[in-house]
Ligand binder design. Structure first.
Ligand code: ADP
Ligand code: MG
Length: 249
């Protein structure tokens, strides 16, 4: 079953064409890693999936919700876009936690405000999620009192609290000190094992090798090639992929 289906997505900023004509699908429980040089359009692609950026044209489907880009916003389209967002967990490079709320409050917020869940139920759920990401003893800490790796794990728990159909990660470990990268990747790996569908922009080759079902290599707003991690890392077909792999290793 397809969870995400993108058809012919195009996005420009002024006359800078950032996504050329991207089509791709993600199956349920699939883990897709997107790699590519800086500026190749990876973040824009993730943002387009949830209409954080509206594509100029193309069709985006998440589960049974479909939106065609480039049409005027009406009530129906606004509703579908809201549903797209609510069914997507987004984890950013900069953790984007609410600084004046504890870890627990950060995770309770979405279910309470958006899903109108009662405080006790939201609390129980948040406690379970924070325990799952290894932060049972940090629930009452504020973001500033947590390490980057801990903050990112709170951000993951917060995204999970909305029970998304898919998790989107945009370079989730790039802002972390090297010794904190592993704890975040381990949590992501655990979620993948449980069958969470995810799209991960990352340059962590080991994560791609261990966890990805598919690696997509992007450059200059197009998908250059895709395949298993073994295909892409050991046997890249395209010159641009080969060059990228030489540069990162
Ligand atoms: P990546 O994540 O692969 O590094 P991005 O998607 O961030 O690439 O950026 C792709 C291109 O789009 C870059 O040339 C970038 O400067 C441009 N871009 C991204 N966001 C914006 C924006 N909000 N306004 C104008 N240009 C943007
Ligand atoms: Mg980016």
């Amino acid at each position: 079953m397809e969870v995400i289906k993108l058809q012919n997505i195009k996005k420009s900023f002024n006359d800078n064409v950032v996504l050329e004509d991207i089509s791709f699908t993600v199956e349920k429980s699939e883990v897709v890693v997107i790699m590519g040089p800086s500026g190749s359009g990876k973040s824009t692609l993730l943002r387009c999936i949830t209409f954080l950026e509206e594509p100029d044209r193309g069709i985006i489907r998440l589960g049974d919700k479909e939106v065609e880009a480039g049409l005027p916003l009406n009530k129906h389209r606004k509703k579908v876009i809201r549903e797209l967002r609510q069914n997507t967990g987004f984890v950013f490079q900069q953790f984007n936690l609410f600084p004046h709320r504890t870890a627990l409050e950060n995770v309770m917020e979405g279910p309470m405000i958006i899903k109108k869940m009662g405080r006790e139920e939201a609390r129980e759920k948040a406690v379970a999620l924070l325990t799952k990401v290894g932060l049972a003893d940090r629930m009452d800490h504020y973001p500033a009192q947590l390490s980057g790796g801990q903050q990112q794990r709170v951000a993951i728990a917060r995204a999970l609290s909305m029970e998304p159909m898919v998790m989107l990660y945009d370079e989730p470990t790039s802002a972390l000190d090297p010794e904190l990268v592993r704890e975040v990747l381990l949590v992501m790996k655990e979620l993948a094992k449980e069958g969470m569908t995810m799209v991960v922009v990352t340059h962590e080759m080991s994560f791609a090798r261990d966890v990805a079902d598919r690696v997509v290599f992007m450059d200059d707003g197009v998908i250059i090639e895709e395949g298993t991690a073994a295909d892409i890392f050991k046997n890249p077909k395209e010159e641009r992929t080969k060059k990228f792999l030489r540069d990162v290793s």
